[in-house]
Design a protein around this ligand. Structure first.
Ligand code: PSU
Ligand code: MN
Length: 315
């Protein structure tokens, strides 16, 4: 990757890992600012970083702070960022404008992938991706995350797609866009808070080394885009699908009657579901993010090992 025409601010440990070609996992920041309430958001962000460190992998939380793209936030940056008043939610469309105007913003899956690629980071761990919203046939609400997966070569580990989305349509769009959707360790595509969506995933892999191999082979084949690894929530943390259905319906009805649209939809629904499940959704969300970080760490390490073994250190 050639140098971008601006300075990326790397944390000390990310700068070191890049120089040593050591494994790094990218992390998004919208989950911190728009996905979880304070203080659980900061606590979770810290725990995710601890999980990665414990696996010998360097975390790179990505955010735009006062017009500078940060790849890796030191603990003080992270706290300040998590407490900052209403940072923007940045997707592909917003990144350059935020940098140009000296703004502060949190990166979504799409924007995090863009930054990860610039920084030469292959693997990214998050909670859930954006997708095709229910009623998209009239609202046209389809997350830019899906297009990003189609064009930016970062392997993204998520717990599938939330049941607030139209999961069948989300899978169809991913297929159209040529994005490999790999369920980890099971046949079904997971549904974020629940282990199964009731739909089979197009692909299944049981071994992080195979996911790493496929990532490297996609590069060798000259394919654009990343892989979506759909990692089911641990069984002890899941919320049964049947428990969630009425809650999701209620949240969706309220969003509609309040005229919530565009970027506000996902944060609104997450907040309502948190309230309606009396916090259970948040506990599950935290557990699945940690679980995704563990798998992402294994994949990132495998990619490094396989690149070293093939004698090419190139990212
Ligand atoms: N799903 C979650 N928590 C989140 C998000 C999704 O469970 O915080 C965030 C991610 O940053 C994702 C974004 O990229 O929402 C998608 O937003 P939209 O649907 O507006 O594209
Ligand atoms: Mn949207």
């Amino acid at each position: 990757m050639s140098q971008p025409g601006f300075d990326i601010v790397y944390s000390a440990e990310v700068a070191m890992a890049r120089a040593d070609k050591a494994p790094i996992v990218a992390l998004e920041s919208t989950i911190i600012t728009h996905g979880m309430p304070y203080p659980q958001n900061v606590e979770t962000a810290r725990k995710v970083e601890q999980v990665l460190h414990a696996k010998g992998v360097v975390p790179a939380t990505i955010a735009v702070i006062e017009g500078r793209l940060h790849v890796g936030l030191d603990p003080d940056d992270l706290t300040r960022f998590a407490q900052s008043r209403k940072p923007a939610k940045l997707s592909r469309a917003d990144m350059a404008a935020c940098l140009a105007t000296g703004g502060t913003g949190a990166t979504t899956v799409a924007a995090t992938m863009i930054a990860a690629r610039l920084a030469g980071i292959d693997v990214f761990a998050t909670g859930g991706i954006g997708g095709v919203h229910r009623g998209a046939e009239s609202s046209f609400d389809i997350s830019a995350d899906l297009q990003e997966l189609a064009q930016t070569p970062v392997t993204t580990v998520a717990a599938g797609a939330k049941a607030i989305l139209d999961i069948p349509k989300t899978l169809e769009v991913l297929e159209t866009l040529g994005v490999p959707v790999i369920a980890f360790g099971q046949d079904d595509f997971p549904a974020f808070w629940s282990r199964s969506s009731g739909l089979p995933a197009p692909l299944r892999m049981d071994d992080p080394a195979q996911i790493a191999r496929a990532h490297i082979l996609r590069g060798a084949l000259g394919l654009s885009g990343g892989q979506l690894v759909a990692n089911p929530i641990p069984p002890e943390a899941e919320i049964a699908r049947d428990d969630l259905i009425p809650i999701i319906e209620q949240a969706l009805t309220q969003a509609m009657s309040e005229g919530i649209a565009a970027k506000a939809v996902t944060p609104y629904l997450l907040q309502r579901i948190y309230e309606l499940t009396e916090g259970r959704s948040l506990t599950a969300n935290i557990e699945l993010v940690l679980n995704n970080a563990r798998l992402a760490a294994q994949i990132a390490r495998e990619i490094c090992i396989q690149r070293q073994n093939s004698g090419s250190g190139a990212r």
